[in-house]
Design a protein around this ligand. Structure first.
Ligand code: UGA
Length: 425
């Protein structure tokens, strides 16, 4: 099948390459010339482990090619995946401008029947809007289907996630479109949930919101554990072994970040408000998440004698989680901003992210040297097994604040550090 992917971000590029792997011919459409230039050369313009290798292989084999010619791309392909961004509006709702532009272009240039698939995370009811936007620009009444097929891949593990999904959701109104989609995914060995577009759109928001809720649950519980001197990691393990709960997304820390959870939970809250059916539980999830970095900073402040002013603090990690260069809504950046506001001398390091700022250092050693404290802001493997004994010798004071509960507390304490995690007692 000839597949067009519109939007070449994490989701679009990964999806396109997965379909190449399945033997399809793929076109990637994007209007950004810089991105296209890189992709055409088989180079990723963002960091995602393993993906560039696949890209260069399929570019060389001519299984995928990239263009900005919308008209030609729409005409030549049968299935069109919309993978453009849906950024957060000021009120928390999703901005559908890019989706609308794509839908209208498809309508304008459509020459034969197409299946239009929304893979971007879009609010409930968007498939109906897409249908309207496409039809509104058609010059002749050519039939088409709009299908919702949300993506569940994570940044940092995009390739494995997309190749081995837990499930595939197909929200279609016609039997014909549903069958084409099933055929497209025939080589994936996982359950397929066939439903209507609205339910499919809701599944995506519900999944992200539920995972975010698990994180906020354990983070708020961690604060109580802190007061009661309980190790929250043991609690996560103890409840996670209950198969009805599951061990994942119960890792306490400074809160969730990234381009998805904060945006999607807010968008679902907004949808619920519009319906007059508030999702108060999710409103609390957002609140707990906003409080979490501030809670951790307060702990740091107390440990450092109640005053942060003029202290030198080394922050290790800038991205919102390990294995990505994405810093959107990163808890680490929220922490840094706050520390700077408290007149702290901040020094930062990240293995991949380059802030281009004067206070970022090339090596961990340079960053930590002279610091009163080290804060672990991102759970990069690079920070797990550092030579803390030697690093300690270069520090002004031996404080480690583990915002990701990633270090072995006993080892660190044995080296003479004052260690503080998120209820990591
Ligand atoms: C998330 C979902 O996990 C994907 O299934 C979904 O496809 C994606 O959003 C999306 O909608 O596009 P992602 O944002 O890449 O993926 O990252 P996650 O691995 O889910 O982590 C999100 C945040 O939660 C990170 O800041 C991470 O550090 C934090 N987290 C995660 C915790 O604080 N504790 C945990 O136990 C797990």
């Amino acid at each position: 099948m000839k597949i067009l992917i519109v939007g070449t971000g994490y989701v679009g590029t990964t999806t396109g390459l997965i379909f190449c792997e399945m033997g399809h011919q793929v076109t990637g459409l994007d209007l950004d010339t810089h991105k296209l230039k890189a992709l055409k050369a088989g180079k990723l313009y963002f960091y995602e482990p393993g993906l560039e290798e696949l890209l260069s292989r399929h570019v060389a084999a001519k299984n995928i090619f990239f263009t900005k010619n919308t008209k030609k791309a729409v005409k030549e392909n049968d299935i069109i995946f919309i993978c453009v961004g849906t950024p957060k509006e000021a009120d928390g709702s999703a901005n559908l401008t890019y989706v609308k532009n794509v839908a209208e272009s498809i309508g304008k240039y459509m020459n034969k029947s197409k299946i239009i698939v929304t893979k971007s995370t879009v609010p409930v009811g968007t498939a109906e809007l897409v249908e309207k936007w496409v039809a509104g620009k058609q010059t002749a009444p050519i039939p088409f289907d709009v299908v919702s097929n949300p993506e569940f891949l994570r940044e940092g593990t995009a390739l494995q996630d997309a190749l081995n999904p837990d499930r595939i959701i197909i929200g279609a109104t016609s039997e014909e479109a549903r069958n084409v989609m099933k055929e497209l995914y025939q080589d994936f060995h996982c359950p397929i949930v066939a439903t209507n577009p609205k339910a499919s759109e809701m599944i995506k928001y519900a999944a992200n919101s539920f995972l975010a809720m698990k994180i906020s649950f354990i983070n708020e519980l961690a604060r109580l554990c802190d007061d009661l001197n309980i190790n929250v990691n043991d609690v996560s393990k103890g409840i996670g072994l209950d198969q009805r709960i599951g061990p994942q997304f119960l890792h306490a820390g400074m809160g969730f970040g990234g381009s998805c959870f904060p945006k999607d939970v807010n968008a679902l809250i907004q949808t619920a408000k519009e319906q007059g059916q508030p999702l108060s539980i999710l409103e609390r999830v957002v609140k707990v998440n906003e409080e979490q970095p501030l809670y951790f900073i307060e702990k740091i402040k107390q440990a450092l004698g109640g005053k942060l002013e003029n202290k030198t603090i080394a922050v290790l990690g800038l991205s919102f989680k390990a294995n990505t260069d994405d810093t959107r809504e990163s808890p680490s950046l929220i922490l840094i901003e706050r520390l700077l506001a408290e007149q702290v001398v901040v020094k930062v390091h990240d293995p991949i992210v380059k802030l281009g700022s004067a206070y970022q250092y090339h090596t961990i050693e340079e960053t930590v040297s002279g610091a009163d404290a080290v804060v672990l802001g991102t759970d990069w493997d690079d920070y797990k097994n550092l030579d803390w004994a030697n690093l300690k010798l270069t520090m002004k004071q031996p404080f480690i604040f583990d915002g990701r509960n990633m270090l072995d507390k006993e080892n660190i304490v044995a080296l003479g550090f004052h260690y503080l995690g998120v209820a990591n007692h």
